[in-house]
Write a protein that binds this ligand. Structure first.
Ligand code: 5GP
Length: 189
């Protein structure tokens, strides 16, 4: 980040360093390599937040797979899910009878994941599982299974490594937590 971006003024602390993230990807990649051996899965990246995690994770997966993307939105520019999920851009791959692995950045209320799983099952997939980097388990409002995740987190608003704040700062190499006063400032607007 350039100096003029004032990143120190918005980030309270680092939650996961580059080394932490690398360790998570190695561990999850190893597990997925075992579980998907010979299954030729379709890996579906949830846009936009998951792309950083997706590229690091899949490079730790020693499994032949195809790649596709699904863009669904529920947050807008705010801090809380709107609760209404809609498709912005759909899959291109025919997932009928295929094993699908959704790669998601974070599962919060679970509404987005539930919507994506149902959408992909409705297209005739054989199985649909999800690997998310972070799991805000205590915030779940819907019953949806998250098969793989890197770490649980509390109710902090994270930015960096794919997570945005007003659609910026996704390219920070670490995961940071926003200062509470920044959230308050924008929440009151
Ligand atoms: P859910 O439908 O599970 O409530 O929301 C999932 C989506 O909310 C994630 O894919 C992500 O885009 C967004 N989200 C949830 N928590 C955070 C957060 O702490 N920071 C950011 N930037 N986005 C979040």
């Amino acid at each position: 980040m350039a100096k003029g971006d004032n990143i120190d003024q918005i980030i309270d602390h680092k939650l996961f360093t580059e080394d932490d993230i690398h360790e998570m990807c190695v561990r999850l990649g190893k597990q997925l390599t075992e579980d998907y051996a010979g299954k030729k899965p379709v890996v579906v990246g949830a846009l936009k937040g998951a792309i950083y995690f997706l590229t690091d994770l899949t490079r730790q997966m020693d499994v032949a797979h195809q790649l596709d993307f699904l863009d669904v939105s529920s947050y807008g520019d705010g801090f809380e899910s709107t609760g209404k999920v809609k498709i912005v851009s759909d899959l291109v791959t025919d997932v009928k009878d295929r094993n699908v692995l959704i790669v998601e950045d974070i599962v919060d209320t679970g509404l987005t994941l539930k919507f994506m799983k149902e959408h992909i099952m409705a297209r005739g997939a054989k199985s649909v599982k999800c690997c998310a980097m972070l799991n805000k388990e205590a915030r779940r409002t819907t019953d949806v299974e998250l098969e793989y995740y890197g770490s649980k987190v509390g109710n902090e608003f994270v930015v960096g490594y794919g997570w945005d704040f007003l659609n910026m700062y996704r390219n920070l190499p670490y995961v940071g937590v926003l200062k509470p006063e920044v959230i308050q400032h924008y929440a009151n607007k």
